[in-house]
Design a protein around this ligand. Sequence first.
Ligand SMILES: Cc1cc2nc3c(=O)[nH]c(=O)nc-3n(C[C@H](O)[C@H](O)[C@H](O)COP(=O)(O)O)c2cc1C
Length: 184
Amino acid sequence: MQSFMETAMARRSIRRFESRPIEEDKLARILEAARWSPSWANTQCWEIVAVESPETLEKLGAELSPKNPATLAIAKGPLTLAICGEKEKSGYYKGTKSTKFGDWLMFDLGLLTQTICLAAHEEGLGSVIVGSFDHDKVNALLEIPDEYEVVALLPMGYPDHAPSPPKRRELSEFCHKEKFGRKG
Ligand SMILES: Cc1cc2nc3c(=O)[nH]c(=O)nc-3n(C[C@H](O)[C@H](O)[C@H](O)COP(=O)(O)O)c2cc1C
């Protein structure tokens, strides 16, 4: 098993997959890890729709933004998870926003999604978070109820390429000491 540091650094966005399916027990372990993600006041506003039907995957791929590099990963891949959330739950107390940011659904779903990506990597699987698509059309396609939203699509499968890591900002560029702008 890889160390957490290796997993965090070696995970990459994978946009081409082998056609072989993902074993059920692997997917179950990945989703079990996701279940333990943190969330606002443990609200766990997430819902996950697993799409494996080639017909629906083609239709999902067609809703991505033009030239989205993840289009074929969805349209031709073995599995896409639609990461959905219940609105006005995370960040709310008795129906009222707790902070100036309102709905923390995006934040909680981001945490869940990263857990899935890291767990998938540990299982030898690749994935890519996809956020640029027609959300309303995907909501309709997957019959998502009005109180929920699809936020991200997460195609997953056995990697068919090994991309080199995109450059990261240096720690010294974004870490501050005591007050913003003070470097140490
Ligand atoms: C919120 C979010 C939305 C993203 N949307 C897309 C997308 O629509 N299409 C795509 O190909 N990659 C998408 N990505 C993947 C990023 O491009 C990728 O994570 C980034 O370039 C860093 O590369 P790495 O994941 O290999 O480290 C998205 C990532 C995040 C976190």
